[in-house]
Write a protein that binds this ligand. Sequence first.
Ligand SMILES: *Cc1c(COP(=O)(O)O)cnc(C)c1O
Length: 374
Amino acid sequence: MTHPSVRAAMVEDYAPWDNDFRAVYAGVFRRLLPIAGGTPDRHAVLPLQGCGHFAMEAAVRTFVRPGDKLLLPMTGAYADRLARLAEEAGRTIVRLPVPAGTRTDVEAVIAALEADPSIGHLALVYSETGSGLIHDVPVLAAAAGSLGRRVLVDAVSAFGALPFDISKLDMVDAISFTSNKALEALPGMSFTVSPIERLDACHGNAGSWSFDLCDVWDHQSGGATPGARRNARSTPGAARFTPPAQVVAALAVALDRYEAEGRVARLARYTENKRVLYEGVKALGLTPCLPEHLQGPIIVNVAAPNDPAWDLQRFVDALKTRGFVISNFYNTPEPSFRVGCIGAITPEDMAEAVRAIDEALSEMGIRERAGTPS
Ligand SMILES: *Cc1c(COP(=O)(O)O)cnc(C)c1O
């Protein structure tokens, strides 16, 4: 869900190279940096057209040399995706099993890093969208840093809601996120915040022009970086390739709303959305997948009812006729349906959603609402 004012920014034509638009584009980077805790002299916001996986692939390619090892706690569907994109990029994933329904254990991370000194990086999913569980990235990153390792963070569903401060986490090479989750704009842009010093040190790793964050930085900084391949066309603040200009314009409006609300209030709203949903579905006789103390504020998985009449697509369709859209695919080992708590929605909207869920289940003739959590 996006706010009408955010969507309204998309109805105009923009010329990506136009000076008026450039100011909007550059302004977006300037405003995203403090959300990550970055400072302009030490950190860069690196844009990439496209989705969150593109930002993660770029971070992996830029900061991990071909063949080098990343330790990855296997927290769920999004850790699986990160493993795939890193392996297909020719990097080596060392998988750290994380039992379902548990937070990544810092002692297990330390033990795995100590056991294999050739692991240079730890990769972490902050809010695991597959499970709804939040992993303690600041603590896990600090542990890796104390062992001299670097860290990559998939903060796609967390960024802008959960706290993060890259200036206090010197071991972080990259925190990646998109325009369309807790920033409440439209999909189409992804971003990584990285230390400039590391960008200067990592030229030549990527094995890809499209996914090379050093090249993004060289272009953006006008090729001023030592080691940069100078590009005659590069101008500070200019886009490297054609950006989705409407998406950027909408993000600028979404950032006005973000700055007016503030991160803490936004997180409080999402947390209240989650509470209304979580307690609501329980009161309907449904089974949330996570116990309340592990349930994060971004996304809630609810076990599919143990009833022969259950059918995810029919359920999704019945909700849609009532004005609510949820995913129509499974992301958990056991069937579940998932509801996002983020976006331009309020606890009142969530209460309506709970009523719609109740009606949809009744309409489908579901008697046994309890389910088997993953
Ligand atoms: C949404 C999401 C992504 C990226 O998904 P895209 O479809 O590539 O934008 C990555 N990681 C997490 C944890 C996510 O929630």
